[in-house]
Design a protein around this ligand. Structure first.
Ligand SMILES: [Fe+2]
Length: 177
């Protein structure tokens, strides 16, 4: 039985391992073996108020988000500055990857993360996510830091110019967790 509280505890435990992101990916793949259980728990949590920005858990060293992406949506190209693990439980998350180039950024690869899959993104990843399917995409995104309070970058679709990611919550004070 998937429990959000137990999953948070397991992810917090993974931070102490030699390979936190790899350990979180294993935890997510295990949980996603029964996707309907994950969906039920997450939807119940949402129905009971959920959290700001879909944050299931927010701490200085760990963020867990419930991402819901409408059909046809494409995110701006952005970085995280910390490792991430993407686990999809409904639909498919299409990822396009970029790297810094002489003038802006250039595409270096694509991958589709399908329902039931989890994938690690390295701290230096720049990507765009898209839902190209005619149904909602739902995923659990786990990050090795306070994603919502961390200054990071996005790249303008028209000009390619880098600018500050315009979605940020106040950082969590260093005195709390
Ligand atoms: Fe991202």
């Amino acid at each position: 039985m998937f429990s959000i509280e137990a999953f948070i505890d397991q992810c917090r435990g993974a931070l102490q391992s030699d390979d936190p992101s790899g350990t979180v990916a294993t935890l997510l793949r295990d949980a996603l073996q029964d996707r309907s259980e994950v969906a039920t728990a997450i939807h119940e949590w949402r129905a009971n108020g959920g959290g700001d920005f879909g944050a299931v858990h927010r701490a200085r060293d760990l963020t867990i988000l419930h991402a819901v992406v409408a059909p046809g949506f494409e995110s701006p190209r952005h970085n995280h500055t910390m490792w991430a693990v993407i686990g999809v439980f409904e639909g498919q998350e299409d990822n396009t990857f970029y790297q810094l180039a002489e003038h802006g950024i250039e595409e270096v690869g694509r991958t589709a993360i399908r329902a039931g899959d989890a994938q690690v993104l390295a701290p230096d990843v720049i990507h765009r996510i898209a839902n190209l399917m005619p149904r909602p995409l739902e995923a659990i995104h786990v990050y090795g830091g306070d994603l919502l309070g961390t200054e990071r970058a996005m790249w303008d679709d028209d000009t390619g110019a880098q600018r500050r990611f315009d979605f940020a919550a106040p950082p969590i004070p260093a005195t709390s967790n």
